[in-house]
Each structure stands twice: as structure tokens, then as C-alpha cells.
Design a protein around this ligand. Structure first.
Ligand SMILES: [Zn+2]
Length: 98
């Protein structure tokens, strides 16, 4: 099980196939410097694993202390919800594209 809430960013829960960063490690540029964003393949993997572990209706949101998984947050947000849910943009984008 990937620990999506155990890192500074949920994508850090999975390894990167592009630059071979380990879980918990930031993506690297070919020069070895830390990249400013995660590689797309890693974001896709994180999204796929998140849906597999938590279901298509779950969302992950930033809390005061880190990240929390809401089992129905994505569905609530999609249906209007309370409008104040801060759904992680990258998970939103991947889902809309698929
Ligand atoms: Zn990477």
C-alpha cells in the first residue's frame, strides 16, 4: 500500500519510473538537481494507485497537518459539494483526461 498521506506531497508515495526517484524522494533533472515538478509518469502512477486503493470517489485534500483522504470527497466535489473542498489539482486533471 502506498502511503499517500505520509509525505510532503501525495505523489511522493510512489517511485518514479522516469528519473528513478525512490518513494519519498523528489524527482531529479538529468543534471541531478531537484526538479521543480514531478514527472508525468509518476503522477499517473500515483493517481492509478490512489484509485485502486481508495476507489474512484475518493479525494486527497490538504489539511492543517498534512493530507487526509476523503472516501467520497471526489464525488461530493463533482456534484457540487460545499464548494470549499481543496481537491488536489493533479488528481483532478488526470481524471478529467481519462
Ligand atoms: Zn521523476
Amino acid at each position: 500500500m502506498a502511503e499517500f498521506c505520509g509525505h510532503a506531497h501525495p505523489v511522493l508515495a510512489v517511485p518514479c519510473a522516469t528519473c528513478r526517484a525512490k518513494p519519498g524522494g523528489w524527482c531529479k533533472r538529468p543534471s541531478g538537481h531537484r526538479a521543480s515538478d514531478f514527472h508525468q509518469s509518476r503522477k499517473d502512477l500515483a493517481d492509478a494507485l490512489f484509485i485502486r486503493q481508495h476507489g474512484p470517489d475518493a479525494s486527497i485534500e490538504r489539511s492543517a497537518t498534512g493530507w487526509v483522504i476523503d472516501p467520497t470527497g471526489y464525488r461530493e466535489d463533482r456534484e457540487g459539494g460545499d464548494g470549499g473542498v481543496d481537491v488536489l489539482p493533479l488528481f483532478e486533471q488526470v481524471r478529467k483526461a481519462s
